[in-house]
Design a protein around this ligand. Sequence first.
Ligand SMILES: Cc1cc2nc3c(=O)[nH]c(=O)nc-3n(C[C@H](O)[C@H](O)[C@H](O)COP(=O)(O)OP(=O)(O)OC[C@H]3O[C@@H](n4cnc5c(N)ncnc54)[C@H](O)[C@@H]3O)c2cc1C
Length: 384
Amino acid sequence: MDFSLTQEQRQIREMVAEFVDEEVVPRAAEIDATDEFPRDLVDQLADLGLLGAPFPEEYGGADLDYHSYAMALEELSRGSGGLGTVVAAHVSLAANMVCEFGDDRQRERFLTPLAEGRDIGAFALSEPGAGSDVPAMETRAERDGDEYVIDGTKLWISNGSVADTVILFARTDPDPDPDADGGSISSFVVRPVEDEGFVVEGTEDKLGDKGCPTAELRFDGMRVPADRRLGEEGRGFVQALKTLNGGRITIAARGVGIAQAALDAAVEYAGEREQFGQPIGEFQAIKHKLADMDTKVSAARLLMHRAADLKIRDENYVKEAAQAKLYASEVSRKVANEGIQIHGGYGYVKDFPVERFYRDAKLNEIYEGTSEILRNTIGDRVLD
Ligand SMILES: Cc1cc2nc3c(=O)[nH]c(=O)nc-3n(C[C@H](O)[C@H](O)[C@H](O)COP(=O)(O)OP(=O)(O)OC[C@H]3O[C@@H](n4cnc5c(N)ncnc54)[C@H](O)[C@@H]3O)c2cc1C
């Protein structure tokens, strides 16, 4: 068992950390206040190769191992939780779907511009009536000759209003077998500029995760060529679950990054703030809080790397990815909460960043599998 990073992994972490400290941290409060998609920063991430981090070089990717990609996402999320979601939705979900389930022609046409950052990707699975219960989806894709005609609504789609390429899940079997869990769902590559009937209904006004637009999308008789389907008909649900497994490692990374930011802010404040004639960090109550925060962040990071390790080895990592995401999500909320507590009243206002970390952290417990759903996933495997 070797816990040390390779020289390349260390260099990637340092490169992203430097970029985050110089370019993202100084902009994070502004992104939070305006909730505008930070296109220029996303372009810079593309120049660094991060929008194609884990994909093969022949499709414009950087061919990084999953540890490196997760660490890059952790560092980005340390700077801005919204930017973390932008990249996770683009890379782990949208581009990954094309890489893993597309054919060579689809990879060349859709993955390369995503990996190079010329296109932005989104992953449209959730619907108003189908969140945790994915197979309840109502969006329909009906075959008509060489095309599919798609009708339906998707909700909560990260990058949805700025995406050039959207991976859309729809029901292709109008009369599904009730016992075939999700067996009637297929996935498609759809393109707002090309596909008439693609409508962005609007974006959400959220608690946190600012800068990453979360959109409602509507599809009105949208016709797409049949060769935009990824893989065989009826494989969409399995593809989505497989993709979300990998995605959960990067949401764990987002949690670890936000928690690390809250810990760093709390350590700095505890050394500066004086009460009763001494820095508050010298009170045992505060020191113990910092000790617990640091321990939790380290444990969450290790769970993230364990899941990444199994993924790299091509072993089953469903339980481990769920554990990493569940634990890191709860740690990020708890550590951000303690970060506010250590700042006292100053933690409750926007003069300090800890209240933003708390708002950004909360989302980790909801998307890509709520904590309740992840406990179901883990519990099923523990009892198996
Ligand atoms: C900011 C944001 C960004 C998002 N980005 C995307 C995206 O890019 N693409 C996408 O497709 N989706 C996205 N989502 C959707 C997200 O994945 C769903 O919100 C999530 O899966 C939960 O679905 P729901 O909101 O419908 O809640 P529900 O499924 O209605 O759940 C409500 C509550 O019931 C609990 N619950 C439900 N079923 C069970 C059960 N079987 N056992 C125990 N408890 C249960 C849940 O845990 C939760 O506490 C995003 C959501 C948000 C808020």
